[in-house]
Design a protein around this ligand. Structure first.
Ligand code: UT7
Length: 331
């Protein structure tokens, strides 16, 4: 049975940088508060006209180049996002067309901050079952057009940024690549971090003038509750997958955690007794890019020379749903 090996990574961040200072003007917030409570200094926002599938395209082209592959070599596309260009069809189909390939399957994943890890599990299963040999997995978000940048939305809006990351996965030898991926969900917490509209649960239309006035088109979060669950769940999910893979925390050359809040990452790092220098972060410069978070940081870490062949790498994420996931990879 083949193993799924990551053979190429790429990312794209739109050029416009938004400093905390800029948000002070509309959000009734402060650079000091954002830095102290989240670690974030800046994030990237798209230019008018850019879309999630376009960000995904740029990341995908980089990943393909790194893998030495052409779009025509792909036989499956998986696209994780909570901010698709349109309600339907999914960004996977839009990306397939942008890449100029035809007929191969294009699957969208709607699992928010855990979307990349859900996608990794699917890609792994496809390759191991020999249903696919070369899979493109993209995580991309455009948050900036869906944030309440007034004082009402300040708790959520200061956290998020736009961006995309991508990986190419190929069939490879046993003992290398994705060793184990585990994901989970607890839908009882669906309303603790969610965005209601537009949604088919609304009558008579999916989005009404009243909904817009009430700000129900914007994400809402019970911040402290999500924070508590994120710390506990990322820790237990990661320990679970490490145990199942027979790998210890001490074996890890690098941990790539989802970038939601630097304080969450620091707490998880402490609880795992992990040396901070072996934990990758970029939230300071990109904020929370949800499904893009892990693949962007993976690509930056690889290009910075932080991963060597044979290293043990782990990833962990938690987000809306609640959903979570962790993976162990032999690089
Ligand atoms: O990626 C998906 C998963 N998401 C997460 O994991 C995020 C989890 N939650 C968090 O990261 C944190 O809870 C937040 C960053 C959202 C909030 O930080 P906190 O330290 O938990 O703050 P808090 O909600 O306890 O609020 C403390 C104070 C409040 O004022 P009072 O009631 O103490 O007067 C808030 O109104 O900070 C106020 N506040 C702000 N002040 C300035 C909330 N947001 C802001 C803001 N600027 N942007």
């Amino acid at each position: 049975m083949p193993n799924a090996v990551i053979t190429g990574t790429g990312h794209y961040l739109p050029p416009r940088i938004v400093l905390n200072k800029e948000l002070e003007q509309s959000c009734d917030t402060s650079d000091e508060w954002i830095q102290e409570r989240t670690g974030i200094l800046q994030r990237h926002f798209i230019a008018p006209g850019q879309t999630t599938s376009e960000l995904g395209l740029f990341a995908a082209l980089e990943a393909l180049e790194a893998a030495g592959k052409k779009p025509a070599d792909l036989d499956y596309i998986i696209f994780a996002t909570l901010s698709p260009d349109v309600l339907f069809p999914g960004c996977g189909c839009l990306l397939q067309s942008r890449l100029g390939v035809e007929n191969i399957p294009a699957l969208d994943i709607r699992n928010q901050c855990s979307g990349f890890l859900y996608g990794l599990q699917v890609a792994n299963a496809l390759i191991r079952s020999e249903a696919a040999r070369t899979v493109l997995l993209v995580g991309a978000e455009v948050h900036s057009t869906g944030l309440d940048l007034s004082p009402n939305g300040r708790e959520v809006s200061v956290l998020f940024g736009d961006g995309a990351g991508a990986v190419v996965l190929e069939a490879g030898p046993q003992g290398r690549g994705i060793i184990r991926v585990e994901v989970g969900a607890d839908g009882r917490h669906a309303r603790d971090l969610w965005c209601e509209g537009p949604g088919s649960a609304e009558h008579p239309e999916r989005i009404t003038a009243q909904m817009l006035l009430d700000g129900r088109q914007y994400p809402k979060m019970k911040g402290r509750l999500v924070f508590r669950h994120a710390v506990q769940t990322m820790k237990s999910s990661l320990l679970g997958v490490l145990d199942a893979a027979g790998v210890s925390v001490g074996d890890l050359a690098l941990l790539i955690p989802h970038q939601a809040n630097l304080r969450i990452i620091e707490m998880v790092t402490r609880m795992l007794d992990m040396p901070p220098e072996r934990v990758a972060t970029n939230i300071q410069l990109v904020g929370n890019t949800t499904a893009g978070s892990i693949p962007i940081l993976l690509d930056q870490s690889r290009r910075a020379g932080r991963l060597n062949e044979g290293d043990w790498l782990a990833m962990t994420a938690f987000g809306s749903g609640f959903t979570w996931g962790s993976a162990v990879i032999k690089w």
